[in-house]
Design a protein around this ligand. Structure first.
Ligand SMILES: Cc1ncc(COP(=O)(O)O)c(C=O)c1O
Length: 367
C-alpha cells in the first residue's frame, strides 16, 4: 500500500481519517447485523434510525431553523442546477430567475436554468477572470423575480462571499458545495442552499439541500418525480432507494465534526489554515495568489508559479513529498490547495514548508 498523503484534491476530497478507519472496520458488519450497511434495506429500522440521526446531527451542527427541510437529493450538486429552476421558478408569475456569475459552476447552473424559464445574469465577474465577488445590492434585485442564485464559494477560482447579499423578498439560493459546514452561516437569510457531498460531507453523487418549507410544492406537474422537492420532503428523501452508503458516511463525518467541537471550531481552524497559506503566498514574489485579497476562500487556495515548467515540477515534487493533487483546475491553470474540514494543520504546515523550500531551490532559474 502507498504511504498516506495529504490530499489537496478539490473533490471528491479527503475525509477525516477516523471516519475512514471506522468505515473500513465495520464495512462487513454494520450494527452487529452480520451484514454491511450497503446490504441492508433502506426501509429497515437500522437504516431508518441512521437517517433520522443524520438529520438531527445535520440540523444541530448547521443550527438550521425548524422551518427548513433537510433533503438528500440524488445526482450531486449539478442535479440541483436543474431542480432549483424546476421547483422555484413557479413561485412568481414572472417565472424569472436571477443569477450571479462568479465562476464556471455558476455559469453551468445558469445555463441549465435557461431550459426552464426566463433567466437573467444580474452580475458577473468573468471579465476580471472571476478573481472577485461582485457586490449585489438590493436595488439590483428585480423584486418580481422568483429567486436569486449565487455560488457561495468558487472552487476553481478560490473566491467566496464573506457576507451574503440582501435580496429583499426574493428568496436567495446558494450553491454551497465547496464550503458546506466549514463556517457558521445564518441559514434564515436563504430561501434554500444546497451542496454536493463530496468535499465536506462524504461520497459524491448525493447532495444535501436545506429548503424553506414554504418554497416546497411549487414544481410544475410534469416535473420528474426525483427532481421534485415535495416528493423528497413527503418521503423523507426515500421515494426510491436512497444512497445508503453516502448517508452512512455522512453520518460518521457529522459525528466527527460534532466531536471536534462543531462548525464554529472548524471555522476557526479553517481560517487559521487558510491564513497560513495566504501569508506564505503574500510574503513571496515567486508565488502569486489568484483571488482578490478581499474575496479569498478558506477552502480553495489558488496560486500561480512563474511559469508552466516550474508548475509541473512543483506538482511532481510535491507529490513525491506526499502532497497530493495540487494542480489547479484545467480551466484555470496554476496550482490549487483545497483545504476542506478534514485537512489537518499538519498538512498545511507540510505544504507551506515545501513551498518555501521549492522557492529557495528554484528562484535562481527565474530571477
Ligand atoms: C461549487 C460547485 N458546484 C457544483 C459542483 C458540481 O458538483 P457535482 O459534481 O456533485 O454535480 C461542484 C463540484 O466540484 C462545485 O465545486
Amino acid at each position: 500500500m502507498k504511504r498516506p498523503v495529504y490530499n489537496f484534491g478539490a473533490g471528491p476530497a479527503m475525509l477525516p481519517v477516523p471516519v475512514m478507519k471506522q468505515v473500513q472496520e465495520e464495512f462487513l458488519d454494520f450494527n452487529h447485523l452480520g451484514a454491511s450497511v450497503i446490504e441492508i434495506s433502506h426501509r429497515g429500522k437500522d437504516f431508518e434510525a441512521l437517517l433520522a440521526e443524520t438529520d438531527v446531527l445535520m440540523r444541530e451542527l448547521a443550527e438550521l431553523p425548524e422551518n427548513y427541510e433537510i433533503l438528500y437529493i440524488h445526482g450531486g450538486a449539478q442535479m440541483l442546477f436543474s431542480a432549483v429552476p424546476l421547483n422555484l421558478l413557479g413561485l412568481q408569475p414572472s417565472k424569472k430567475g436571477l443569477y450571479v456569475e462568479t465562476g464556471n459552476f455558476a455559469q453551468i447552473a445558469r445555463k441549465e436554468a435557461e431550459k426552464f424559464g426566463q433567466i437573467e445574469v444580474v452580475l458577473s465577474s468573468e471579465a476580471g477572470g472571476f478573481k472577485e465577488i461582485p457586490t449585489l445590492t438590493p436595488e439590483l434585485v428585480d423584486q418580481s423575480a422568483s429567486y436569486v442564485h449565487i455560488t457561495s464559494n468558487n472552487t476553481l477560482y478560490g473566491t467566496r462571499y464573506h457576507r451574503f447579499p440582501k435580496t429583499g423578498s426574493v428568496p436567495l439560493v446558494a450553491d454551497m458545495t465547496s464550503e458546506i459546514l466549514s463556517r457558521k452561516v445564518d441559514y434564515s437569510q436563504f430561501g434554500m442552499i444546497y451542496a454536493g457531498a463530496q468535499k465536506n460531507l462524504g461520497p459524491s453523487g448525493i447532495a444535501v439541500a436545506f429548503v424553506r418549507k414554504d418554497l416546497i410544492g411549487h414544481a410544475p406537474k410534469n416535473c420528474p418525480k426525483l427532481l421534485d422537492f415535495k416528493v423528497y420532503a413527503d418521503n423523507h428523501s426515500m421515494a426510491n432507494t436512497i444512497n445508503t452508503f453516502a448517508i452512512y458516511v455522512m453520518n460518521l463525518v457529522l459525528k466527527w465534526l460534532k466531536a471536534e467541537g462543531g462548525v464554529g471550531v472548524l471555522e476557526q481552524r479553517n481560517e487559521a489554515k487558510a491564513k497560513r497559506l495566504y501569508q506564505a503566498l503574500d510574503q513571496s514574489d515567486f508565488y502569486s495568489s489568484v483571488a482578490h485579497k478581499d474575496h479569498r476562500s478558506s477552502m480553495n487556495v489558488c496560486f500561480n508559479l512563474p511559469n508552466e515548467t516550474l508548475l509541473d515540477r512543483f506538482v511532481k515534487e510535491a507529490l513525491a513529498e506526499g502532497l497530493y493533487a495540487l494542480k489547479g483546475h484545467r480551466a484555470v491553470g496554476g496550482a490549487r490547495a483545497s483545504i476542506y474540514n478534514a485537512m489537518p494543520m499538519e498538512g498545511i504546515e507540510a505544504l507551506a514548508q515545501f513551498m518555501a523550500e521549492f522557492e529557495r531551490k528554484n528562484r535562481q532559474s527565474t530571477f
